[in-house]
Design a protein around this ligand. Structure first.
Ligand SMILES: [Zn+2]
Length: 532
């Protein structure tokens, strides 16, 4: 009896060990436990971790998708091996990639005349965002995101929020076909559900009464979904708070993370209630800046200016909060993360007008604004353990900025440029003229080949992981593949142009000057092929 129990316990332990190892391998952690050297070391700049301690480090090392070490430059440089590549910041600033907690970049792209998701993703990356939450993902849009993800074309991390309603329309239980927090890959996840409680402060229109909202919220809550509720006007927010309080039934919101979007007009007693319930405030940091003094709806908002855009009060009350753009809606089409920070800190909009007193009473600090779009936004999607700060074991989602937002004059925050954006250890964006950030890339010339056929294939010469196999023999007719995605595993690549052996080009790693450059070159070659 005793022996059997012991054996049982042993096999449970062995099983757990095996499961852990398999999990680590599946998560790409395996390399961390081997003694192989980092793929990339970033050093010689201001590295702001967005952790409380250490808040700043001198260098970090990346292997695969993950940050494997942070610390003093000498210690990190000592980890380098023969294949390690270096990003010398030369005094520039590195931060965790930015997370836009409420947006419609992909879903509502037609509003800003962007026709393809690819185009949007390029804009998002060049603005410094590595993760976005899309707050209105209906079935058609979800299918589109899944397709992008399946073809490895998403390139940024997306949390999808499924709408249960829009104005007076109700969408039924379609969302129940999905699981709360369901992950399609490390790039695509079901974030939660979205409900529209009211319209806007110009018409004070409610789409639900208390009973109906309470029942919808209770259902989604019982199904385990995080709930995001659009509520602009204070009397609508009363109804929302009642519904959430009933659903929470005395439990902490920490495990559900229900959130209210916008909170344009907010009374003192509501700020207290949000704090008491721990409901998350989802704040759109490009709102209520001086551009709004010229907006059509301004006269109406002016009458409630003591209740409007109370970000400082919300943060001072200790309410968990998220920063976002709600791009492309409302005023302005600037989605750059640094414009967002500038707007929250100075309340000066793109037109450079002077903010009013009530706007200036609610400005927040640079550090608060940065937190709202990094670690706090990651908390908003239950992902604070994998992203949103620079810490060992977190995803290498990083952004290089031309200056340090914590030390530049506040009126120049919006001028800070995004020079490079990395998602999961892969450089997905590099600003024009910034290739020098990679040692050895300067002076590297790309080889060119003519586009001679409609039918082309790329073959990779080594197959060390699934991604690489995925590319092997793939027909590349439709568009250039994101070759940079395979950077970690492709040892060399061959572009085969057929039919009729019209041409042949081999690219061998060994012939090219540096790891990143090699892949940039491959990428450029493929882009040339596709652009014709
Ligand atoms: Zn929105």
């Amino acid at each position: 009896m005793k022996r059997r129990r012991l054996l049982g316990a042993t096999s449970v332990v062995l099983g757990l060990l095996l499961a852990s190892v398999l999990y680590l391998v599946s998560q790409g952690f395996w390399n961390i436990t081997t003694d192989s050297s980092p793929d990339i070391i970033i050093h010689n700049g201001e590295i702001l971790t967005m952790e409380l301690s250490p808040a700043q480090v001198e260098a970090l090392a990346i292997q695969g998708e993950y940050i494997i070490a942070i610390g003093d430059e000498s210690d990190i440089l000592a980890m380098a091996g023969p294949n390690t590549e270096f990003i010398d910041l030369e005094g520039r600033t590195l931060l965790p990639g930015f997370n836009d907690a409420h947006s419609h970049h992909i879903g509502d792209r037609s509003y800003v005349n962007q026709s393809t998701a690819d185009e949007v993703i390029d804009s998002v990356l060049s603005s410094g965002w590595t993760s976005i939450s899309e707050l209105f993902v209906n079935q058609e849009r979800l299918d589109g995101l899944i397709t992008l993800d399946q073809h490895d074309n998403l390139r940024i991390r997306v949390n999808a929020y499924l709408p249960l309603s829009w104005q007076f329309d109700r969408f039924g239980d379609w969302y129940q076909a999905y699981q709360p927090g369901q992950e399609y890959s490390s790039k695509l996840r079901i974030g939660g559900v979205k409900i529209f409680m009211d319209s806007w402060y110009t018409n004070w229109l409610h789409y639900f009464d208390q009973t109906e909202l309470a029942s919808l919220v209770q259902q989604a809550h019982d199904d385990g979904f995080q709930i995001a509720i659009h509520s602009v006007v204070d009397n609508a927010t009363d109804i929302v708070l009642n519904a959430l309080e009933t659903a929470l039934d005395g439990q902490s919101n920490q495990q559900y993370r229900h959130r209210i979007e916008h909170l344009v007009l907010l009374r003192d007693d509501q700020i207290q209630r949000l704090a008491d319930l721990g409901i998350i405030a989802s704040l759109q940091l490009t709102w209520f800046n001086s551009d709004w003094t010229q907006a059509a709806s301004w006269p109406s908002l002016q009458n409630y200016s003591n209740l409007a855009g109370r970000w400082r009060d919300i943060l001072e009350a200790g309410i968990p909060s998220l920063g976002s753009t709600d791009y492309p809606w409302l005023i302005g089409t600037d989605r750059s993360a640094m414009y967002v920070v500038s707007s929250a800190v100075t309340r000066v909009g793109g037109q450079g007008l002077t903010p009013t007193a009530w706007m200036l009473n609610q400005t927040i600090s640079v550090e608060q604004a940065l937190r709202l779009i990094t670690i706090d936004a990651a908390y908003g999607t239950f992902q604070e353990d994998i992203k949103g700060s620079i810490r060992v074991g977190k995803l290498a989602d990083l952004v290089i900025l031309s200056d340090n937002p914590l030390t530049v004059p506040e009126d120049t925050l919006a001028d800070i440029e995004v020079l490079m954006t990395m998602v999961g250890g892969v450089v997905e964006y590099i600003a024009p003229g910034q290739q020098f950030l990679f040692a050895g890339c300067e002076g590297a010339s790309s080889q060119t080949i003519e586009r001679t056929s409609q039918s082309m294939k790329m073959e990779t010469m080594s197959t060390t992981n699934q991604k690489e196999k995925w590319w092997t023999g793939r027909d590349l007719n439709s568009r250039p593949p994101p070759i940079w995605k395979s950077r970690q595993s492709v040892k060399s690549a061959k572009v085969v142009i057929s039919p009729g052996n019209l041409g042949n080009q081999d690219f061998n790693r060994a012939d090219l000057p540096a790891h990143s450059c090699r892949f940039r070159m491959l990428d450029e070659v493929l882009k040339e092929l596709w652009s014709g």
